[in-house]
Design a binder for this molecule. Structure first.
Ligand code: HEM
Length: 454
């Protein structure tokens, strides 16, 4: 006789309303709803999101199953990506199958450690320019807006380091267009069937206008590089010069623009959001801020950081890691389930959706004692080793893990070190900002601060 595994259990979950399921509750307060659902229904919860059956998988074991071990059964054919597709076409973040694999292999070398280290100087140089502006604001006693400052800085860095282009003149246009797309994508996602995405309304025209703005910037950037056709060894050159092994074909302009758009969007908004939260959290936690300053004083003194300093800026990195735990920019993501499956002993039906949330899992008290407390020392090597891998996954995991994770962590460490060496920003509104869950989890209100010198 063979031992039979027990029949999978049917997950419980919030009932929601007829027809719309849980949509109304999600619209009202997505973070609160996610947290309550996980607390009340355990590792796998089930509900209806409009007409669709969906599951919230929060246990690290289930996440490993979905993202790593059985990843082929959990695809990006989820409707949340159809909106992203309208902006980035067939770029790396949404493509699948052979196209994705080919592009990922092509892009990967641009993100190797040695290549990223070579970008450190550009990252610090760009940050020093911002530091000069912060210094001016400090002397004049005028406030600065942290979120737009971080956005402009990370956009510039991605432009220079990966695409070999100075995008400073286009920063405002890109940010404004991106904001329209970001807000509308979330509104449409949450309204679901109420507003089909291609209605020719004024609302949709604003979306199209924003997308045209972004396309114009990207097309200009690609055309400028096409004219020169030199190999600068950066990501854009890799994409432009690569030839298909079998056919010898090169990537056409349309696809090239999709990839550039993807990198520009995926590569700046997330890191800027994380850094914005870091400033708010440091002010809220003076012990952590003091330890950070002590490390910067002892490792760097008054000199600027370099790539070689990054491994020695241990506490600085832990501050970023802990920020990404509490406020992961990608706070919720979804996959389509292809075939019936069992996750953590629960039945998951083919054709449904699986939602996963770093925001929720990274606050599970089972793995994160006193989860709301900001404590960078949760990231000592011993504590990391004691937790399951998927208790912490701000960059996801498995084959579709963020390609820019090491780039972002080095960039974040260098930016934080360069600015915190000199300044102690203090919020104009005393309270900690409220999280604003758009495509990424931003601090609401742009975070106005007064710049104090250290
Ligand atoms: C703190 C900063 C960042 C965070 C938290 C982050 C997070 C993520 C997450 C969660 C995904 C998976 C998305 C999905 O499954 O739909 C992802 C994918 C991706 N990220 Fe990042 N990211 C960051 C920075 C960057 C940077 C700096 C770049 C590029 C320079 C980048 C480029 C990409 C790309 C191209 C993908 C798609 C990869 C693929 O599917 O093969 N990201 N990122």
């Amino acid at each position: 006789m063979t031992a039979q595994s027990p029949a999978p259990r049917i997950p419980t979950g919030p009932r929601g309303l007829p027809l719309i399921g849980v949509v109304r509750d999600v619209r009202k307060d997505v973070l609160g709803w996610l947290m309550r659902t996980a607390a009340e229904h355990g590792p796998v919860a089930q509900y209806r999101f409009g007409p669709m059956r969906a599951y919230l998988v929060t246990h690290p074991e289930g996440l490993k199953h979905v993202l790593q071990d059985h990843t082929k059964n959990y695809t990006k054919d989820h409707f949340s990506y159809s909106l992203v597709r309208r902006v980035v076409g067939d770029g790396l973040i949404v493509s699948q199958g052979e196209t994705w694999l080919k592009q990922r292999r092509l892009a990967q070398p641009a993100f190797h450690r040695a290549r990223i280290s070579a970008m450190a100087e550009q990252m610090v140089r760009a940050t020093v320019e911002l530091a000069e502006r912060w210094g001016g604001s400090q002397r004049a006693g005028t406030p600065r807006l942290v979120v737009p400052d971080m956005m402009a800085l990370t956009l510039r860095i991605v432009g220079e380091a990966l695409l070999g282009t100075d995008v400073r003149a286009q920063t405002e246009a890109v940010s404004a267009a991106f904001n329209v797309i970001s807000e509308q994508s979330v509104e449409r996602f949450r309204a679901l069937w109420l507003l089909p995405p291609v209605l020719p309304t004024a609302y949709d025209r604003a979306f199209r206008r924003a997308r045209r703005e972004l396309n114009k910037v990207v097309a200009g950037l690609v055309a400028a590089r096409r004219q020169r056709m030199e190999d600068r060894g950066d990501l854009l050159s890799m994409f432009m010069l690569a030839r298909d092994e079998e056919t010898g074909e090169q990537m056409d302009d349309a696809h090239l623009q999709d990839e550039v758009m993807t990198m520009m969007i995926a590569g700046h908004e997330t890191t800027a959001t994380a850094l914005s939260w870091t400033w708010a959290l440091l002010e809220q936690n003076p012990d952590a801020e003091r330890k950070l300053h002590e490390e910067l004083d002892s490792v760097l003194g008054v000199r600027l950081p370099t790539a070689e300093d990054v491994p020695r800026l241990v506490y600085t990195r832990r501050v970023l890691d802990e920020t990404l735990r509490l406020y992961p920019p990608a706070y919720v993501l979804s996959r389509k389930v292809m075939e019936d499956d069992t996750v953590c002993g629960y039945q998951v039906r083919g054709g449904s959706a699986v939602d996963i949330s770093p925001y929720v899992t990274q606050r599970l008290p089972e793995f994160w004692p006193d989860p709301e407390r900001f404590d960078p020392d949760r990231f000592t090597p011993e504590k990391i080793a004691a937790r399951p891998k998927y208790a912490y996954f701000p960059f996801l995991g498995g084959p579709r893990q963020c390609i820019g994770n090491n780039f972002a962590l080095m960039e974040g460490t260098l930016i934080l070190a360069t600015l915190a060496q000199r300044f102690r920003p203090r919020r104009v509104d005393r309270a900690m900002p409220r999280p604003e869950p758009l495509i990424t989890l931003r601090p609401a209100g742009d975070l106005p601060v007064m710049i104090n010198a250290r």
